[in-house]
Write a protein of this length. Structure first.
Length: 334
């Protein structure tokens, strides 16, 4: 099958770091035989023959080989942020050239915005009635401008099927890795993360990056408890047990945990169990009940419920999609 085509749409004033994230992440993803899984191309918004020039927000411009007509061939379109896309003037959110370019995207094609490029998607009506995120520092402005969008300012990215939005800067890396994982499974995404020397996923959301008073030096964090819990996912991990390990009251522990991670302790535990169950489904032939027990879900029925809630598929459907005939590997329980 042909590689999945990702088209990055560069608008004048584009932020160069975010513009290059898709090529770095998707361009690193390959099949076991080395065949590229994605084709990443960049286009500008101005039609015309020959290479075009796109200004960046830095002291240089970039030459792009394609015009907006390339968008009609895309399987995924990525819009990086650009200067003006979150200015106070709504006229800057969706320049006419960008509006015309987006009209070339076929219905059902996956569209991704990074950082404040969510303003452009919202101004185009692509986010009405849908969940989305943007940089936390622009959340109130976004909420006031687009009340019909279900803004989620505390998360690193939002996946709403064919429309996905990422928070600021490096959250674009998180979202691209998520798409690789969604398309090809955890093993491929983890290999990409290792090659790019980035974490395969980051715990929590934007809450941990919002400006807050610096805690006192006496404040104990929750990182050690998280490491401890990851070694014991197969065991009962109650809120009281986690707080006891941290030598804190349940109330204090819950507050500090959410402040550091952006999730409640039990939400985080469930997310880690789902991730571990996915790994086991991809890399072993273990029965569903054994996978469930090893990941801490207790029963196959509980695993099915959580996997369907998080991924929309059953354990067997997930395994048949992502295992790809690999031989069973020995992974210790827990």
């Amino acid at each position: 099958m042909p590689a999945h085509r990702v088209v990055v749409l560069a608008v004048d004033g584009v932020y160069p770091f975010e513009m290059t994230i898709p090529k770095r992440i998707f361009g690193t993803a390959g099949a076991p035989d080395g065949t590229p899984l994605y084709e990443v191309l960049t286009c500008g918004v101005h039609a015309g023959p020959g290479p075009g020039t796109v200004r960046t927000d830095a002291d240089f411009a970039v030459a792009v080989e394609h015009g907006p007509e390339l968008l009609s061939t895309a399987d995924t379109v990525v819009i990086p942020p650009f200067v003006g896309c979150s200015d106070d003037s709504g006229d800057q959110w969706l320049p006419a050239s960008l509006k015309d370019a987006l009209a070339r995207v076929a219905p059902g094609v996956r569209i991704v915005s990074m950082c404040t490029a969510a303003f452009a998607l919202a101004a185009a009506g692509r986010l009405d009635g849908r969940p989305a995120t943007t940089h936390w520092n622009r959340a109130e402005q976004f909420r006031a401008a687009f009340p019909d969008v279900e803004l989620r300012p505390d998360v690193l990215f939002v996946d709403d099927g064919d429309v996905l939005t990422a928070a600021g800067v490096a959250a674009g890396v998180d979202l691209c890795l998520h798409l690789v994982r969604r398309d090809h499974g955890s093993e491929v995404a983890n290999r990409v993360a290792r090659l790019c020397i980035v974490p395969p996923w980051r715990d929590g959301g934007q809450a941990q990056y919002v400006e807050q008073p610096v805690p006192s030096s006496e404040s104990a964090g929750t990182a050690e408890v998280r490491e401890w819990a990851l070694e014991r996912l197969h065991e009962p991990l109650t809120l009281a047990a986690l707080a006891g390990r941290a030598r804190m009251s349940v109330r204090t522990f819950s507050r500090r945990f959410r402040g550091e991670v952006g999730l409640t302790p039990l939400q985080w535990v469930t997310a880690q169990r789902v991730a571990y169950a996915r790994k086991l489904l991809e890399t072993t032939d273990w029965p569903v009940d054994r996978v469930a027990a090893s990941a801490g879900f207790g029963t196959g029925a509980s695993l099915r419920l959580h996997l369907h809630t998080n991924l929309g598929v059953s354990p067997m459907a997930y395994r048949s999609t992502f295992r790809s005939g690999r031989q069973e590997r020995s992974i210790p329980a827990g």
